[in-house]
Design a protein around this ligand. Structure first.
Ligand SMILES: C[S@@+](CC[C@H](N)C(=O)[O-])C[C@H]1O[C@@H](n2cnc3c(N)ncnc32)[C@H](O)[C@@H]1O
Length: 313
């Protein structure tokens, strides 16, 4: 018999209810509704709930058990009753590198779209792990949009080009997107088109960044560089090994008043990781500010959560 106490789902439901009713983000229907991964909700560090328009994505991390199944069943029932327009709910089971996605309510097409600050993004909810938009980066995308007017932007590790779409919406004069995976840059092209953004002035470079510095340097200088790499992705990027190279190369590609946005999403390195590397390998740059922890992503140990820092000369 499972003797683990049943965690109090009412706490989760109250949090989700507050997110559904706070009107925090106009013209948006993509949002993290519940973030248990930051260990701020005892008994729920295995659970996240995201909303993308009329679809919900629940992610359950670790081994399933009876208590969790009961929690998930109640949660799905509550979401169905609470959101009359809901079309479907996907449950992602994430155990280490193994991920499976299945529809647990309604119907879910392979491709849907959702809005962020009036911009539209293609999402693929049945994909393993990442569905096309990293919700925790929203404040950084808002900042980029507000600061992009007339700027030459370099978007590294561009993925589906969400930063690029916001930069163009904010009036960027050019955006260079780099990602080693061509399919995600093609997805980025579709995201630009969904927003009626022509591709003049937008470049897509499908290369391993660490092997294509020459090409990037020829396109410099840039007024804003966004660097949002994975923490550790096979042989292609390792933050510990490669962030020093990034700081060195990127500081040389910045225009005189340029700004570098350095991101790191690792629970194993605190904010000092980026600051120490910047001081050592980009000594011409000064640290300007850290983005605060996103309120939709509360974390009992904030230094373990996403780090985003802005540098300039
Ligand atoms: C964390 S995602 C970036 C998310 C993106 N900045 C956003 O906010 O939507 C990491 C991306 O880095 C790419 N990547 C990993 N190593 C790379 C490398 N050495 N050169 C170019 N792209 C790389 C992956 O293909 C992946 O799309």
């Amino acid at each position: 018999m499972n003797s683990a106490p049943t965690p109090d789902l009412d706490v989760v439901i109250a949090w989700i209810e507050s997110r559904l009713t706070d009107d925090q983000y106009p013209e948006s229907d993509a949002r993290r509704l519940f973030h248990g991964r930051g260990h701020s909700f005892p008994g729920f560090s295995w659970l996240t709930v995201d909303r993308y328009a009329d679809y919900i994505l629940i992610a359950a991390f670790g081994e399933p058990d009876e208590v969790r199944s009961a929690v998930l069943e109640r949660l799905v029932g509550w979401l169905h009753d609470r959101l009359p327009s809901l079309q479907g709910i996907v449950l992602q089971s994430r155990q280490g590198r193994r991920t499976g996605a299945r529809v647990v309510h309604g119907e879910v097409p392979d491709i849907i779209s959702a809005q962020e600050a009036g911009l539209t993004f293609e999402l693929q909810p049945m994909r393993n792990q990442n569905v096309g938009l990293f919700l925790d980066m929203r404040p950084v995308r808002d900042w980029l949009r507000s600061n992009a007017q007339g700027k030459r932007v370099l978007n590294l590790f561009a993925y589906t080009c969400a930063f690029s779409v916001h930069a163009v919406a904010g009036g960027a004069s050019t955006v260079v997107n780099n990602d080693m995976a061509r399919p995600v840059l093609d997805w980025g092209v579709r995201n630009h088109r969904l927003n009626g953004q022509g591709l003049d002035g937008i470049r897509m470079l499908p290369h391993n960044l660490l092997k294509s510095w020459g090409k990037m340097a020829r396109l410099a200088p840039f007024d804003i560089i966004v660097s949002d790499p994975p923490t550790n992705q096979g042989g292609s990027f390792n933050a510990e090994k490669h962030y020093p190279v990034l700081f060195k190369k990127l500081s040389a590609m910045l225009a005189p008043a340029g700004q570098l946005v350095a991101c790191l999403n690792s629970p194993f390195a605190g904010p000092e990781f980026l600051r120490d590397n910047a001081a050592r390998y980009a000594s011409t740059l000064s640290h300007r500010f850290d983005f605060p922890v996103h309120p939709d992503f509360p974390d009992a140990t904030p230094e373990r959560s996403l780090k985003v820092q802005v540098y300039s000369r």
